[in-house]
Design a binder for this molecule. Structure first.
Ligand code: C2E
Ligand code: CA
Ligand code: CA
Length: 740
């Protein structure tokens, strides 16, 4: 045993530094002996002993009973100097049993002393009761006593350390499993302060901050994640840390890249590759003890794992509520936010959905990467142009959701926000948006239902006023609902063969002979009600159902045309209406080709009727499609001609075969008040451009006569015949042919 740790009290420096720390917790040494002289000698012998910066405090007992009483009061007695023979011959050993067995003082060191060498206890007893030392009283010189007590103190302090560590570890294990169950950094941070304070036995006075890696240039920016006790009063969560002293200490921990402590506080430092650095400041009002340092080390590495896990959970949470592409809230958080706002005063709040017009086209032509970039730029523009109180989110693909005071979300203002072009990888792109909005007025509504309402308005706006805005009304919802029912009905009708074609004859105005028919779709429900195409065709178009329906029309009309030719031996025309959705469909040419190829009559007898809106599409593209149709041998007419208010220059570049004068012009033609020369103009236009002209909706003899005088080629209308089912048409044709 070396004496290096035995420090004499006279040594002024050490003592001073110990006192300065104010932590002179003395070692308690109990002297048990019925001989007063021994007490005095021991007191003298140990005078001034300081071990590991702590002095001694002697306790005196003159009998085993007294000793027992003292030990009960002082459970932190470090060493007992125990006389073997006192009241009885075994009083000393009996007390040992009490200390170890009854009082469960396992750390306390026991030095037995005896006046007579013959009274040495047996080895067995020494082992059983963990007796440290056995000394003959005569041996107790000052140096011997020092050496012996110091050795005992050292052993005691080690045992206490081990004991504390063990308890600390147990606590850490318990604390970690408690902390593991916490979700999210904030919750976890609060738990860490609680657990750590308990571990160190200090009040909960702490702050947990994170230092954002992004704002690294701003070195002093620590954001408070959690705070408790007095610190909670001084600081608010999610705010930058203000206290200069704490800030300085955190800064020091970062520059030294480790946890640090001083007389009042400690700072634990949790760096990580995967998340922001986290720092914990704990106001402990005393220096940490050596054992506590070790415990903290273990604690820190455990907590680091907890923090990383919490970060992953936070990310998952973010993933569920944030749009990762645009870094703005998603539909779920939009709905949650609406719910929250509805709970408060929802007065004058507007929910607005913003949809980018023709986004899929942009995506197709410029590529998905540009599409993503455009979405990002739109999100950015919305966030920048709207005040912070407007909630901006991505609701779906190219639809953004806004929530804010009505005055801030005026549709005209939003629309104007998109006038400036977007710069997309160096190209300037001008886009427009369509808006559907809903004034929140029903606080019983849930966020998702509110979004649905705005979406009903948006869908309506997209079908009838692209680029503009429509506000939700119950009327629109009813209509939308009706349309949905109609669509369901139409699907069923198609499967149940409730659809059929009616054919309306077309007449040569010079000869009065039938030249062909127009095929018109009809829907007769099971109970016999007729539903007009004006009603169901728009629904079929907006739902895309017009594509299969259109194919069915072609198949049926062509088959019927073949039957008529076989039956009557006449070469007749068949007009088939093609909606612009069909015409624009990438498979359109393939669809008609496969049918024309196997048609048993000449392809030239088939005429596709398209409206002017088709001609308004990309001219070059339309020109090619028309050329291909002509290559297949079929013809194309412009339906409802003159109603499109469009510039007619396309007629010179696009090669159509026939113009169909719209019924509205025929109606007004002979009316005194509204008489119009449009049919006349269309007829001469047709002559100039070498196109046939047919007038639609001819209902009277006068109209027919007038059109004949204008040299119109053909006519179609109730005056000649109504659209008829096939069987009726066969009869009509028989009569018609017989009559002439
Ligand atoms: P449309 O192509 O302009 O068809 C002419 C419409 O005028 C037909 O109405 C026809 O019944 C009606 N009509 C013909 N002559 C007269 C007349 O003298 N007086 C009056 N008042 N009306 C007359 P319908 O059958 O109700 O069809 C309406 C529209 O539905 C069609 O207009 C066409 O745009 C669309 N449609 C009908 N069948 C189909 C089809 O198979 N495919 C597509 N894509 N659209 C179709
Ligand atoms: Ca037509
Ligand atoms: Ca028409």
């Amino acid at each position: 045993m070396s004496d290096e740790l035995i420090v004499f009290a006279e040594e002024p420096q050490r003592q001073a530094s110990s006192e300065a720390k104010g932590s002179l917790r003395p070692w308690k040494v109990l002297v048990v002996d019925d001989d007063r002289d021994v007490h005095e000698a021991t007191k003298f012998g140990l005078k001034g002993l300081v071990f590991m910066n702590q002095p001694l405090q002697l306790l005196h007992a003159y009998s085993a009973d007294e000793a027992r009483a003292l030990l009960t009061q002082h459970e932190d007695v470090a060493v007992v100097l125990l006389d073997v023979v006192m009241e009885t011959e075994t009083a000393g050993l009996d007390l040992v049993r009490v200390i170890r067995h009854d009082l469960q003082m396992t750390n306390c060191r026991i030095i037995l002393r005896t006046g007579q060498p013959g009274y040495a206890p047996e080895i067995e007893v020494i082992l059983k009761y963990d007796i440290n030392d056995y000394k003959n009283k005569a041996d107790l010189t000052r140096t011997r006593l020092y050496t012996s007590v110091t050795a005992a103190l050292r052993s005691y302090s080690e045992m206490v350390t081990i004991d504390t560590s063990r308890r600390g570890l147990e606590q850490i294990v318990r604390a970690s499993s408690e902390l593991m169950s916490r979700h999210g950094i904030n919750d976890l941070a609060n738990g860490i302060i609680t657990q750590l304070s308990a571990l160190l036995g200090v009040p909960e006075e702490g702050i947990i901050c994170c230092r954002s890696k992004i704002t690294e240039q701003d070195e002093h920016q620590f954001i408070i994640v959690a705070a408790s006790g007095k610190q909670a009063i001084k600081a608010q969560n999610a705010r930058p840390l203000e206290d200069p002293d704490i800030k300085q200490m955190l800064q020091r921990a970062i520059s030294e890249q480790r946890s640090i402590d001083d007389e009042h506080a400690c700072v634990l430092y949790f760096p990580s590759e995967m998340r922001d650095d986290i720092l914990l400041y704990l106001d402990i009002q005393r220096p940490l003890e050596e054992t506590e340092h070790q415990i903290l080390e273990v604690f820190c590495s455990n907590i680091s794992v907890c923090l990383d896990n919490a970060t992953i959970l936070d990310r998952l949470h973010n993933h569920a509520y944030f749009d990762s592409l645009l870094d703005i809230p998603n539909r779920i958080s939009f709905a949650n936010h609406i719910d929250k706002m509805l709970l408060g005063q929802s007065h004058n709040l507007m929910l607005s959905l913003i949809d980018i017009d023709h986004f899929s086209g942009i995506n197709d032509t410029l590529g998905a990467q540009s599409g993503d970039e455009l979405l990002r730029l739109v999100a950015q523009r919305l966030t920048e142009m709207l005040p912070a109180e407007v909630f901006v989110s991505r609701v779906s693909g190219d639809t953004f959701g806004l929530l804010g005071p009505r005055s801030l979300l005026e549709p005209a203002r939003i629309k104007a926000g998109f006038f400036d072009p977007f710069s997309l990888f160096g190209d300037e792109l001008v886009i427009s948006v369509t808006q559907g909005y809903y004034q929140l007025n029903d606080s019983n509504l849930r966020g998702n239902d509110a979004i649905k309402r705005a979406n009903i308005a948006l869908k309506r706006a997209k079908t009838i006023v692209r680029g503009e805005a429509i506000e939700y009304t119950q009327e629109i919802e009813r209509e939308t609902h009706q349309r949905m029912l109609l669509l369901q009905g139409l699907r069923r009708a198609y499967n149940d063969n409730e659809l059929f074609l009616a054919y309306q004859p077309q007449i040569d105005l010079r000869t009065g002979q039938v030249t062909g028919f127009e095929a018109l779709m009809r829907w007769r429900t099971k109970n016999g009600t007729m539903i007009g195409p004006q009603e169901f065709i728009p629904v079929a178009e907006s739902s895309g159902m017009i594509i299969p329906l259109g194919k069915w029309v072609m198949d049926t009309a062509m088959a019927d045309l073949v039957r008529l030719e076989q039956q009557f031996g006449l070469k007749l025309q068949m007009g088939i209406n093609i909606s612009s959705l069909q015409f624009r469909h990438p498979n359109f040419l393939h669809t008609i080709r496969s049918r024309l190829d196997r048609l048993e009559v000449s392809a030239s007898q088939i005429e596709f009727e398209v409206t002017e809106s088709v001609a308004m599409m990309d001219t070059e593209n339309v020109r090619e499609i028309l050329a291909t149709i002509h290559e297949y041998g079929a013809q194309v007419a412009i339906d409802d001609f003159g109603t499109g208010f469009s510039c007619l220059s396309y007629l010179e570049t696009l090669n159509f075969d026939r113009l169909k004068i719209d019924k509205s012009f025929v109606d007004k033609m002979l009316d005194e008040h509204t008489s119009t020369h449009i049919p006349e103009m269309i007829i001469s236009l047709g002559k100039d451009l070498n196109m046939q002209v047919i007038a639609e909706g001819v209902e009277t003899l006068e109209q027919m006569e007038h059109l004949r005088q204008l040299d119109c080629d053909q006519a179609q209308g109730f005056y000649f015949a109504r659209p008829m089912e096939f069987s009726q048409l066969q009869k009509w044709l028989q009569l018609h042919l017989a009559g002439d």
